[in-house]
Write a protein that binds this ligand. Structure first.
Ligand code: 26V
Length: 833
């Protein structure tokens, strides 16, 4: 591949030289043998003429040759951990929303110059090549993407960390639009072999269940009372730390069966039935649950959760035992972080291992369990808190139910002796929700069975303590803490926005890539016209790049000279896409009234998926699309306002769009967005935020100064206080523009061919408006007027954008992971020599 040793570096490698110097990695060594890696993969993996390979074959071969270059480093990392025996972190998550790996792996391994040279020599189009990689969409949204940023930061910080998740064959569904309605299609991302993963059949583990499965008429049916054994087969993916020194592992588990085949059924001539059980078992990791808004009590999801926990714990305990003989040192050698309650069965599973397998007494086992586990909460929405029917525990994992009930018996004993007056506290703290169908409260289990419970932004952690988990916080005040989220600047700035990254590095050097706080050194430059000009040009370049990409992939046209105003996230009532849409109707009415109004041309971009069963969220998508159809076609608008709903929101789309955005919409009802993480990505890419005082947006505005933010609307306290008397009809009656917008929607103006289609939206807004859209609409509109005025002043806008970039340094996932490492996990880096 690329240049031989000793040749002059190209312009491209020159650009990265400072980064390499900084991290002590000399010029990338690419020898004659490696030069041939790419061709060898084409010839020997694909048996195809090098000159006739398809784009996909070129991608696979390029990716495989990158992996080859990394293999020894990857091995060396694991060998180092085995030799040094440091404390290790295991991040258990049902979701890892990885997106594509090619560009990031190349960048983090500092192979960028080599790849550019290789592409030039061989006449390859790197952009076309990267487009051949499907997104690994193994997550719904924020929680899954956070897990992906976290494991990258752990590797960059040289922390011995490992991710454990599931290898879903189908990731988050692909979204298309038909007539403006969301249509879900299966995401068969593994249809073609994935070049990054390594199957480790030899390290498969057994998972014992008290039931079996069968596929009956296409559906997975549990067969109770017939115990069975599943196989967990690990597939490893490299997680490359920036600089390429540490390469950690993300281990994803696929369900299989021990070479199982029912001979009796086969001999009876039941050829399908002979395989029924194995087909059933293998279906367990077939598909990711695409709903992040309600815990619907699906049996298969419960099994998936236990399967992840059983595989991960069996694997990490094996690792622990290979270096340590004394169970008592478990908390000194192992930290397990539970990403939400989804892996909370780790509490009884670890107890089972320590008591039943290791033979420890209860008290010893309980102490070790609590000191090893830690739990992160990601939502305050009661409908998303997991509660599983006790009956399912009984049927699938009866021993775990025994353990949970024993934990609960002891817990309630403590509570009742501390608060002898019965005021309902014990019932609220109990791990069991009583009733006709008793349920296990997974959040309570996670808090009780661990030593740390954290929220993901300051306000969220405060609200957890004071509302959702109040009783538990009073019982264990020292356990509760905050870890404000962050995002990796390697993916979300360096790689996705090369133009801005270059401008920043030219101004302050490249140290920001692993120390984002250094962006603060840009602050004095917010008054420097040449720096602002460079920032402006980088934004313009990113807008053109996005517009070209969009045109070529969807045929859709975006004018890079308009203000790009974006709301991209899961569609949910609390995130209030409807507030944005209502405001667009208000603007539309104004434009229709006056053709020569001062109005900077705006493009409003929406993107996001709705949970397939969330009817109202799907109607919101339909409404935005109909609104777009009407507004975009109206000559009275004269191109000043354009609305777009981009289908199939995913990591790779965000990587194109965020660098191009001028305005970031973070407009959730205050008190409902735990943190938000796209808010941070927009900020470091120089967009200005229109937002409520919610989640991490509050901390972002503190860093930048409120004068550089566009905050509006009710605070969380005001939302809570006005719940009792809030009446949306008051706003309808007293705010003429609000009334006019709602009347227009109700008049079927946007649904001429589908009369009454948006009635449910009008009803939600006018009858109850739980998320208080109408309360904030006026102040939202006023704030947008300020945004419009500032945008007309190019220099003023660029200065605020620069201040925002300069103030985003706190929102690197490196900072977050350092806090977890120091305060929760108590691990230190273990450099790989
Ligand atoms: C919940 C459920 C519940 C039922 C089964 C499937 C399922 C899948 C995922 C979830 C998680 C929802 C919680 C979530 O994604 N929270 C988001 O976490 C982000 C990272 O901390 C944070 O920035 C967002 O504010 C928060 O909404």
């Amino acid at each position: 591949m690329a240049t031989g040793k000793g040749e002059q570096p190209s312009a491209a490698s020159d650009q990265l030289q400072p980064l390499r110097d900084l991290y002590g990695c000399g010029p990338v060594e690419i020898t004659g043998t490696r030069d041939a890696l790419y061709e060898r993969h084409l010839t020997f993996d694909h048996v195809v003429d090098v000159n006739r390979a398809t784009d996909r074959q070129q991608f696979e071969s390029a990716a495989r040759s990158i992996r080859d270059v990394l293999s020894q480093r990857w091995l060396r990392t694991e060998q180092t951990y085995a030799a040094v025996n440091p404390k290790r972190v295991y991040y258990l998550s049902m979701e890892f929303l990885l997106g594509r790996s090619f560009a990031n792996n190349v960048m983090n391994a500092l192979l960028h110059p080599a790849v550019i040279d290789m592409a030039r020599q061989k006449g390859l189009d790197v952009m076309a090549l990267t487009e051949m990689e499907p997104d690994a969409g193994l997550g719904n949204g924020g929680l899954g993407r956070l897990a992906a940023c976290f494991i990258e930061s752990m590797a960059t910080l040289q922390i011995p960390g490992m991710g454990y998740g599931l290898r879903y064959e189908y990731g988050i569904f692909r979204q298309s639009l038909q007539d403006g309605w969301q249509v879900e299609q299966p995401d068969n991302w593994l249809r073609r072999p994935d070049p990054w993963e390594v199957a480790r059949i030899d390290e498969a583990v057994e998972v014992r269940l008290n039931c079996s499965f069968e596929l009956q008429a296409g559906a997975l049916k549990p067969v109770f009372g017939r115990p069975s054994i599943l196989l967990g087969i690990p597939f490893d993916r490299p997680v490359i730390g920036y600089g390429g020194k540490t390469i950690n592992t993300l281990r994803l588990w696929a369900a299989g069966t021990p070479d199982y085949f029912n001979f009796q059924r086969f001999s009876r001539g039941d050829f399908v039935g002979a395989f029924a059980e194995s087909l059933g078992a293998e279906s367990l990791t077939r598909v990711l649950y695409p709903d992040d808004s309600t815990s619907m009590g699906q049996g298969l999801r419960f099994l998936q959760e236990y399967f992840l926990v059983a595989c991960a714990l069996s694997d990490l305990i094996r690792r622990f035992r290979s270096g340590n003989s004394d169970w008592n040192v478990l908390p000194e050698k192992v930290a397990i972080q539970l990403n939400d309650t989804h892996p909370a069965l780790a509490v009884p599973e670890l107890m089972r291992i320590l008591v039943d397998d290791a033979g420890l007494g209860w008290d010893r086992a309980w102490d070790l369990t609590q000191r090893t586990l830690a739990y992160t909460n990601h939502t305050l929405l009661p409908e998303a808190l997991e509660k599983w029917p006790l009956a399912w525990f009984e049927a699938v994992v009866p021993r775990h139910l025994d353990i949970i009930l024993e934990i609960n018996r002891r817990l309630l004993g403590v509570v009742r002796s501390r608060w002898p007056v019965n005021d309902g506290r014990a019932e609220r703290i109990s791990l069991v929700e009583e009733g006709e169908h008793r349920k296990i409260r997974m959040a309570n289990l996670a808090v009780v069975g661990s030593h740390s419970t954290n929220g993901v932004a300051a306000i969220h952690s405060r609200l957890l303590r004071s509302t959702t988990l109040r009783d538990l916080a009073e019982l264990y005040p020292d356990r509760f803490n905050n870890k404000t989220n962050g995002v990796t600047p390697r993916r979300w700035l360096l790689t996705c926005n090369p133009g801005l990254a270059r401008v920043i590095s030219e101004a302050i050097g490249a140290g920001w890539v692993t120390d984002l706080r250094q962006l603060g050194r840009l602050k004095p430059l917010a008054g420097d016209p040449s720096f602002l000009d460079a920032v402006f040009k980088a934004k313009r370049e990113a807008k053109v790049r996005f517009a070209n990409w969009l045109k070529s992939t969807t045929g859709e046209h975006v004018d890079p000279d308009t203000m790009l105003d974006c709301q991209i996230k899961r569609i949910h009532e609390y995130k209030r896409q409807l507030l944005n849409a209502l405001h667009i109707v208000v603007l539309y009415n104004r434009l229709r009234d006056s053709r020569n109004m001062e109005f900077p041309p705006r493009t409003f971009i929406f993107a996001g998926k709705a949970a397939p069963a969330y009817t109202l969220a799907k109607l919101i998508i339909k409404f935005i699309n109909n609104l777009a159809g009407t507004v975009n076609a109206d000559p009275a608008v004269g191109g000043r306002l354009k609305v777009l709903f981009l289908p199939d929101y995913r990591v790779s789309l965000a990587e194109y769009l965020i660098p191009a955005s001028d305005v970031s919409e973070q407009i959730s009802t205050a008190g409902y967005e735990a943190s938000g993480t796209s808010n941070m990505k927009f900020m470091m890419n120089g967009a200005l935020t229109v937002g409520t005082r919610d989640g991490a947006t509050i901390e972002m505005a503190e860093e930048a100064g409120e004068e550089n933010f566009f905050l509006f609307g009710l605070s969380a306290g005001e939302v809570a206080d006005s719940r009792g008397w809030y009446d949306p009809r008051w706003h309808y009656a007293h705010e003429p523009e609000t009334k006019r917008a709602l009347d227009l929607i109700a008049s079927d103006y946007f649904s001429r061919n589908e009369p009454g289609a948006f009635r449910p939206i009008c009803d939600v807004l006018l009858k109850r408006d739980f998320y208080m859209h109408l309360a904030d609409l006026k102040s939202y509109g006023e704030t947008h007027e300020k945004v419009g005025r500032l945008y007309a002043d190019q220099k003023g806008w660029a200065a605020k954008a620069a201040i925002n970039i300069a103030s985003s340094g706190n929102f690197s996932s490196d900072r977050t992971i350092n806090e977890y490492a120091g305060q929760i996990w108590r691990v230190t880096p273990c450099p790989v020599p």
